[in-house]
Write a protein that binds this ligand. Structure first.
Ligand SMILES: Cc1cc2nc3c(=O)[nH]c(=O)nc-3n(C[C@H](O)[C@H](O)[C@H](O)COP(=O)(O)OP(=O)(O)OC[C@H]3O[C@@H](n4cnc5c(N)ncnc54)[C@H](O)[C@@H]3O)c2cc1C
Length: 394
């Protein structure tokens, strides 16, 4: 793996940087948290601009409408969008980062032709319906049933924690199609159209003050059989492809944004320092965090590199996910610490970006749970990377 940037890479960086300079300012600030319809318009509008400028799906193959960029160009893309403080991928996250990639790896030509262009252009928003009230870490225990009736599945069940389900057009849905089979064997992966009478989406409030995830009640929801990804009852294997993308490379933007966060904390620390110079202990912590972010970025490069060569991110993504999710929380806490008393406010005070830093701190709390908890990542590292004995099943 050669990660040095060539003259062509630097030319790509220049082109992207110049475009971002005008486009980010023109797109304006994100709407206030909680206004999800506006948020969808904002996020998908940004995706459309990326698409029109040829920067959407920079790592997607050209045959699927992506830029078909080299590995180094993908990495430059992540670096530059963080540097420009470009809008967060937001509503497009699930479609772009694991729904679309799962379709590319496992979908039929018809599924790819229909869904990939609309994900890429921001026309359709996707959510994920994997977790259930009694099936989170032990996802294979899911009980949502799909019964085949002619050329449709009829679905009954209850999904939970579905991020942005209230503004989504399609859902990556895991269902049980053979209740008599062993639990990992009777599952299928379906594309559920959200806009239909059998789908009832109820947003859940969070401590952030808005409702970014939802419960989804399915009562007689219908899914055409042609919307199944993979064979019937082979959904556990396909779900693992989705999870490899979710844990393996989807977080690249989070890691680059930690760097931006550290620069912000450094700035606040400098402005609040007594006598104008940072305490040595704080300086050391900032330095250590910066070194860790750099290390995680190098490991991300490894994951992205493996995904570029094999079509699947490396398993080491679980180790990166484990550490970056904890580091995110440690950096968020440090931000609140340097704000001092200003950190008690929820809006900007004294010229400090309190709202943003408080948001980063609270937002980080979810990372050690979503996409598979830290304990589950440790199990994966132990069993699948280190080859240690499997944990005893309950
Ligand atoms: C912000 C956020 C967004 C999310 N978005 C989505 C989404 O869009 N779609 C979706 O389907 N899901 C989503 N989830 C759900 C997420 O995938 C689950 O919360 C996660 O898998 C954990 O499941 P659980 O909440 O049921 O906890 P549980 O599985 O009940 O776990 C409870 C505790 O027990 C520990 N534990 C469980 N099993 C083991 C074990 N074998 N060994 C050691 N410890 C164990 C866990 O680590 C955890 O600490 C989201 C979650 C969050 C927080």
């Amino acid at each position: 793996m050669d990660l040095r940037y060539s003259a062509a890479d630097e030319a790509f960086r220049g082109e992207l940087r110049a475009w971002l300079e005008g486009a980010v300012a023109a797109h304006g600030p994100a709407p206030p948290g909680g206004d999800w319809d506006e948020r969808r318009v904002y996020d998908t509008g940004w995706q459309r601009k990326l698409y029109d400028a040829g920067f959407a799906g920079v790592n997607w193959p050209a045959e699927y409408g992506g830029r078909g960029a080299t590995l180094t160009e993908q990495l430059i893309y992540y670096e530059e969008i963080a540097r420009a403080k470009a809008p967060y991928i937001g509503a497009n996250f699930i479609g772009m980062m694991h729904g679309g990639p799962t379709l590319m790896a496992e979908g039929t030509p018809e599924q790819k032709a229909f869904h990939l262009p609309s994900i890429l252009s921001g026309e359709h928003v996707w959510c994920q319906g994997f977790s259930e009230p009694s099936a989170g870490s032990d996802l294979a225990s899911l009980t949502t049933r799909a019964v085949r009736e002619g050329d449709e599945y009829v679905v009954e069940g209850h999904k939970i924690w579905s991020t942005r389900a209230h503004i989504s057009d399609y859902c990556e849905l895991l269902v049980r199609t053979d209740p008599a089979a062993a639990k990992h064997k009777g599952i299928s992966w379906l594309i559920l159209p959200m806009d239909q009478p059998g789908v009832d989406v109820r947003p859940l409030p969070t401590l952030m003050g808005d409702s970014h995830f939802c419960e989804v009640f399915l009562e007689g929801a219908r899914v055409p059989v042609e919307n199944r990804i993979g064979e019937e009852n082979d959904g556990w294997r396909v779900a693992n492809v989705t999870l490899r993308f979710e844990r393996g490379s989807a977080f690249a933007q989070h890691i680059t944004s930690m760097r931006t966060q550290l620069v912000g904390i450094w700035d606040v620390a400098g402005r609040t320092a007594r006598g104008g110079s940072l305490e040595p202990a704080l300086r050391r912590r900032l330095g250590a965090f910066d070194a860790e972010v750099e290390t995680l970025w190098r490991l991300t490069q490894m994951c992205v590199s493996e995904a570029a060569h094999t079509g699947m991110p490396a398993l080491v993504g679980s180790a990166v996910k484990l550490r970056y999710s904890e580091l995110y929380q440690e950096i968020g806490e440090l931000g609140i610490h340097v704000l001092g008393r200003a950190g008690l406010a929820r809006e900007d005070v004294g010229g400090f970006p309190t709202e943003e830093m408080m948001h980063d701190y609270l937002w980080a709390l979810q990372f050690t749970i979503s996409g598979g908890t830290s304990q589950i990542q440790r199990n994966i590292i132990a069993e699948r990377i280190l080859g240690l004995p499997r944990e005893r099943s309950a």
